[in-house]
Design a binder for this molecule. Structure first.
Ligand code: COA
Length: 282
């Protein structure tokens, strides 16, 4: 689909790049010639993904950091600069989410998700954009949001995520205008259901829920990682130079079936909620 040098010469920092969709995007960008710098909390998956990228003949390095901590973000970027001389592209992919009845959440649960998704995205975007603006060099940012942010409908049962992702979308569109004069381009992707260990353990913690979601889907299937990674590669590439402030939905048409991806959890019986709460992953 793409020329193999589509992203040659680019250095891409991906948050949450050791696992899930972040890992899949990193591997795809490596195929297309990019250098990758991966940032996440756990070192083991970061190392494993960096090794997998190197096996492909591309360059990769990583730093473990909690993006809720601005100083940790700045340190990670300094490590990326040391390794590659600079970073020109940012993918804000790291996220936190879980299915829960909102009245059962603690304030800290809300803070944990908003801290990772909204503040973490702002921290990474701010730290890199300051450097790009000072150096008068262009920059490129891709934010991974959700369909319930893109459709402006929110969603029950994932309220911290809905609030945070709506904020990220507002940030994407606001900065796309404010920083266009610095040649910094910001776009978003709103994925529907793409199976990953992280999302599935938190959002589909029981087999019945997965079956229910698949049956409810107009295409009767979930997304494939390569489908999302190819869209991300296009949006980051120079072929999309005039796409700015856009949010592209990739969900097989699911959001058109009804607002709020998880709103139909309203008819879930208490017994199922008990199963979800018991299977809770920390
Ligand atoms: N339901 C309700 N509350 C939950 C919860 C759940 N499933 N999981 C965590 N919490 C609460 C905790 O009880 C805690 O609140 P408390 O201190 O008042 O008890 C708060 O959230 C923070 O939890 P903790 O595990 O200490 O936070 P963390 O910063 O280590 O983890 C999360 C952040 C909770 C978002 C965790 O799920 C995570 O690390 N997620 C990253 C990966 C991910 O979510 N991927 C899927 C993306 S779709």
């Amino acid at each position: 689909m793409f020329q193999t040098d589509l992203l040659k010469g680019r250095t891409i920092l991906i948050t949450g790049g050791g696992t899930g969709l972040g890992r899949s995007m990193a591997l795809r960008f490596a195929d297309l010639g990019a250098n990758l710098f991966l940032v996440a909390r756990r070192e083991e998956p970061l190392k494993e993904t960096a090794d997998a990228i190197r096996v492909k003949g591309a360059r990769a390095a990583y730093a473990s950091a909690d993006i809720r901590d601005f100083a940790a973000v700045e340190n990670a970027i300094a490590a990326a600069e040391k390794e590659f001389g600079g970073v020109d592209t940012l993918v804000n992919n790291a996220a936190g989410n879980f299915i829960a009845r909102t009245e059962k959440l603690s304030p800290n649960a809300f803070n944990a998700v908003v801290g990772i998704v909204l503040q973490g995205t702002f921290h990474c975007t701010l730290a890199l954009a300051r450097k790009w603006i000072a150096a008068k060099q262009p920059g490129n940012v891709l934010n991974i949001v959700t369909t319930y942010a893109a459709a402006n409908c929110g969603s029950g049962f994932v309220v911290p995520s809905a609030c945070a992702k709506a904020g990220v979308l507002a940030m994407t569109r606001s900065l796309a205008v404010e920083w266009a004069r610095y040649r910094i381009r910001l776009n978003a992707i709103a994925p529907g259901p793409f199976p990953t260990e992280g999302a599935w353990s938190r959002l589909m913690p029981a087999r019945e829920l997965e079956e229910r979601a698949k049956n409810h889907h107009p295409m009767k299937r979930f997304g494939r990682h390569d489908e999302l990674a190819n869209l991300a590669a296009y949006l980051l590439s120079s072929q999309a130079e005039y796409v700015n402030g856009e949010c592209v939905v990739i969900d097989g048409g699911l959001w058109l079936c009804g607002a709020g991806e998880f709103n139909d959890f309203a008819d879930l019986p208490d017994a199922m909620w008990a199963t979800i709460e018991q299977s809770r992953t920390r």
